[in-house]
Write a protein that binds this ligand. Sequence first.
Ligand SMILES: [Mg+2]
Length: 422
Amino acid sequence: MIGLLDANNFYASCERVFRPDLMHQPIAILSNNDGCIIARSHEVKALGIPMGAPYFQVKKILDQHRAVVFSSNFSLYGDMSCRMMTLLDALVPRMEIYSIDESFVDFSGIKDISKLVHHIKNHIWYSLGIPISIGVGETKTLAKVANQVAKRKGKGPSVHILKGESAIDEALQNLTVRDIWGIGRRMSERLLGFGIYTGLQLKQVDPRWMRRQFTVMGERLVQELNGISCLSLEDVRDPKKSIQVSRSFRSPIRELEDLRSVVASYAMRLGEKLRSDGLRTKNIMVHIRTNIFQKNSPQYRNHTVVTLPNPVEDDINLVKACTRALEDIFKEGFGYHKAGVMAFDLLSQEDNVQFDLFSSLPTEDQGRKELFQALDSLNKRYGSGTVSLAACGNKPRWRDGKKNVSPAYTTRWKDLPKVFAK
Ligand SMILES: [Mg+2]
């Protein structure tokens, strides 16, 4: 049996740990620069506010319901995630971290699964204050289904073990194909076209037919729903295919110099992400655009890809490459609204790399490596952007937009919560 542990409304729950006064109040979390809603508490979901809604569109209804709105605080969420995963890791034989708040668990060899999952749920709730849902099923896909059933039981921590043909069929009957893990919008539209609406209908489809229509991925999906495990628990995370840092600005940027420092700070953030995942990149895309919603002002968007002779993961090379790319596509006379940098075709730092014959051979520069290790640990401890290259300017713009960010309760001494006893 495989379990899927998933924190309930994770970001909102992290905020509540340190603000128990907000236990029953609606909470929404905003994206970087406070642009749109990226996380919602149970109460905000109940108001019908969709994920990704632009904040200005839903501000009125949030205010009416006295919702508390936070800027995103990833120092806090990341640290709480590590704590949650560490607690879990100590209780289970094998696990695979799937996302910031989700983890698959292998229960093979466990006699009393029900007892263990209830223990995990309670342990994380009492040790950390984060409510989680655990779904258990015969395959990863069924564990996901079980988790959805658990989540429907209410906003507190909950558990659901999906076992037995009739229980599985009943759960699948209540899900649309769009709700099934691994089915995106396009695939669900095609399935609907074939008259397949519910998870149960999908389970009953001939796997060979699915293979013809939707390749081997479709076939696996049907088998997983039938309790035949096709997706194993990986000990290591799938290497990410791409890493991106992109944000829209609160006010338009017109000058190349300003945009350059923004892009440089994104490049540094990208370097930080690459290094923390043990990756390097040879291909970097930079994109910029004006505000498409401002119909009266002149519009421009462009992107370009820089391919470097050798894979890199250090900020100095990344900033140089991104700056060069930006200068290629920048045009004067526009108010830029958004920029982004993306690394793709990622290589592991351990991979043997074929170096370019004609470029100078990069020797492993120990000094530079140590420099970035020190920089990463400073930024992790004191907040992203504390130490940066001069290219970023002395006031990274993208940090301006955050109005309501909560303290870094668990990673910064001065933000440590104070407790008073009366
Ligand atoms: Mg979650």
